[in-house]
Structures are given as C-alpha cells and as structure tokens.
Design a protein around this ligand. Structure first.
Ligand SMILES: NC(=O)NCCC(=O)O
Length: 423
C-alpha cells in the first residue's frame, strides 16, 4: 500500500495495512503506475482504460475539504471527468456523481465536492451476512421510509444531491416480505422510487434466497433533476438483458451496487460493467463492498468446502465506465473509497448516433429464440405490474419513475413489461 507520501509502509505495519492489496498496492492501476516507466504506463493505461474523446481521462482536482476528510477518515478518493464532444444545439449536461463505500464523512466529502448523484454499496446498512443463512440477520431489514432513508434524506436535502440507498427492505404493508431494494432519494429529500433486485444469486456462499424475494419492480428508470438513472443490483450485472431493459427504458446512468468477493468474480468485474456501458450507450457506476467480514458461527455452502466463517475478501475496486469504452481506474481494493466523476451525458446520444447499436440490433430476430427459452424456464410473473404500492413523488415535476420497454422486443418473455410512463 502506498502511504500518504506515495511510499509503501514497512514491516508489521505493512503486513496489517496491505491485507487484501495486490502485492502491497491499492489497485492494479497503482501497481502498474509504480512499476512501469512513465511511457509504458501511459501505453498500458491507454489499453486498459481506453480514451475519452480521443484523450486520456482527465483527472479532477478536489477541494481541500474533500481531501482532508479523506485523510482524516482514511478513505481513498479519486476524481475524473468524462467529456463529450461539443454539440451545436445542446449544452454539455455534466453530472457529478459518486460511488461510496462508507457513509457520513464520505457523503460529506461528496457534498463538499458538489456531487449531484451518489450511490452506496449493496445492503450498506448491514454486514453481508447472506452466506450464513441465519435468520437473525433479517433484523436489519427496514421499511423504504425507515431510519436509513430518513438519515439520507437530510443529507440529500443539505447537499442538493440525489442519493441511491440499497437496503434490505421490509415491506411492512405487504406481510413483512423482505426484498433487496434500492431506494432513490431525490435532491429535495423526497423519495422518488424504489427498485427491487431482479436476480438472486445461488452461487458459492451467496445464499441470498434465504433472505429476500426476486424483485417485482421490473426495470424502472428514475428521472431525477440530474439525469435518468437506473439501478442494477449486484448479481443482475451477469444478465445482459437486464442491462438492456434499463437501457431501452431510457437510462443514462446505471448504478450497480454490489457485494462480491475476489475468488468468485474479480476477473468478471471490470469487463461486465464496461461491456454494459458500451452495449447500451450509457454510463455505469460499479460500487463494491470492501474488506473481509467474519461471522460468529461457521457455515457451509454445499460446494464441498470445509466450514468457514467468512465470505472471503470483498475487493472494492469501484469505478465508472463510459459509453465510449473509456473508464476510470478503480478505487482501493482494501480501503473505503469515494470515486467522483463528472460525466457529460450528451455522450450517450453521441455514441448512439455513432455506433447505432439500437438501430442495428434486430431484436425481432432474437425474440423468437428467447421465446422458446422463456417457455422452458419461466415460473412466475416478475414484471412488477402487480398493482403494488409505487414509491414516487408525483408532486415533483423533475422526478419521474418510468417503467417501459420497447414493445417490439416483447414476445413471450415475462421479464419484460410493457408499461408506459408510470407517474
Ligand atoms: N450480492 C450478490 O448478488 N453477489 C453475488 C455474487 C456476484 O454476483 O458476484
């Protein structure tokens, strides 16, 4: 790990500080930076991170308040700007957005930096105890308008910031059903809407179906004061059609709050998000938990491994990907972090016009194959058109929750809802 002077700590101090590091470095990017010549590092970065408008991504200098908060609370802070080409008719639509992994001082640091949209990690209010299958952890589930939402509503209002808060939700109005939910809080402190995780993992230690149900909210896109955003919660990132549906519904930024561990998914992490940003012409914010959480009682997972008491290392590495295939470096692999990025949302349409992925997609040809597959595997209707309570604030013109999928792609797939402009 690099200390504040850029040097790695020595001896015992090093061992403790570098658990979860990559050979002692915060991230792959830092490892390369420290070990390659400046010319080679520039070339490696060009290939690994791509170029934005033909140039290396621009780093942003942050206010003193932000950097001193990061120092005082020992979290990694990095900031970059995604540009778009200048247009004749539209002004740049630059949104400042943050990924964060631990709360108040980091939200304050984001606020100090003028962040517009901020997203926390999956189930940020609790240990990621879904490996244990012990029901006691359900205690952390709370209503959409519960304690954590109220806490964030104040901060959203104070900093004029949209906050996406992924929690374990207890649906108190519908038989106390538990969901894995992202609450979208508007910049006035209002609740714009919610999205419930569409796909539940059943892999390795991720025994999450013990705790919550497959979501029933479809693929909503939330029109906030700063842009159209959607939330694709963790394991949903392995499903390309999930990303597609958010894109078809008009998302400009899709956030992927996650909790995943190195042994399982680290090689997939940077690829899936980046591919989704490219394939769907929107920005992706990838947010992962960081550190190792040890539980009181050992557990097994049906994969033949001896019993153990931790999930393994949550590798952090939060970052942003852009529709033009550029991306930021990643935050630390083992320290809390705040990644800030200015993104000109005009880039989304510019890339659509350039590459025409939607126009050339030929969905009609593919839905036939999907139709036969869905007849085989579909069980229940998870489209979300269930008449359940909708969380959105109809009094605010700038905040709308849209659930819509281009009807031309819907044949027999029940996962795709035809449902225009819910508001
Ligand atoms: N939280 C969660 O869905 N984790 C699943 C593991 C993964 O998708 O990498």
């Amino acid at each position: 790990m690099e200390g504040s002077n850029g040097k790695r700590p020595q001896g015992e101090e090093e061992e403790e500080a570098t658990a979860g590091s990559i050979g002692g470095y915060e991230s792959l990017h830092r490892l390369l930076e420290s070990n390659l010549s400046p010319e080679l590092f520039k070339e490696a970065s060009r290939l690994l991170l791509g170029l934005n408008c033909g140039r290396a991504l621009e780093a942003i200098s942050l206010p003193e308040g932000t950097t001193s908060l990061a120092k005082a609370h020992s979290f990694d802070v990095q900031a970059f700007r995604f540009n778009a080409d200048k247009e004749f008719l539209r002004q740049p639509r630059v949104v400042r957005k943050a990924i964060m992994e631990k709360v108040k001082p980091m939200i304050e640091a984001a606020g100090e930096s003028g962040v517009n949209i901020l997203c926390l990690q999956e189930a940020w209010t609790m240990p990621f105890a879904f490996c244990t299958r012990e029901k006691r952890w359900c205690e952390f589930a709370e209503p959409v308008d519960g304690e954590s939402t109220q806490f964030l509503q104040q901060l959203a209002q104070k900093y004029n910031m949209v906050i996406v808060s992924p929690i374990l939700e207890r649906d108190v109005n519908h038989g106390e059903i538990v969901w894995n939910t992202a609450v979208v809080i508007g910049n006035h402190g209002n609740i714009i809407g919610i999205h419930r995780k569409n796909h539940i993992p059943r892999v390795g230690d991720f025994n999450e179906s013990t705790y919550y149900m497959e979501g029933n909210t479809g693929h909503p896109v939330f029109e906030t004061a700063y842009g159209k955003i959607a939330v694709n919660i963790c394991y949903g990132r392995h499903h390309p059609l999930n990303w597609l549906a958010f894109g078809l519904n008009g998302a400009e930024i899709v956030l992927n709050p996650s909790a995943t561990v190195g042994e399982l998914s680290e090689p997939m992490w940077p690829i899936e998000a980046r591919n989704a940003a490219i394939a769907n012409s929107y920005f992706v914010g990838s947010i992962n938990r960081v550190g190792t959480e040890v539980f009181p009682n050992p557990f097994t997972s049906g994969d033949g491994k001896p019993q153990h008491a931790d999930f393994g290392h949550f590798y952090g590495s939060s970052h942003f990907s852009a529709p033009d295939a550029s991306c930021t470096p990643s935050l630390s692999r083992y320290r809390n972090g705040l990644m800030i990025s200015d993104m000109d949302l005009n880039l989304c349409r510019q890339i659509k016009d350039k590459w025409g992925f939607r126009m050339t997609a030929r969905y009609d040809m593919k839905t036939a194959s999907m139709g036969s597959l869905t007849q085989l595997v579909e069980g229940s209707d998870t489209t979300g058109s269930s008449g359940r309570e909708e969380w959105y604030d109809s009094n605010r013109n700038e905040d709308k929750c849209r659930k819509r999928v281009n009807p031309s792609i819907v044949l027999s797939s029940k996962h795709m809802t035809i449902c225009y402009l819910l508001r």
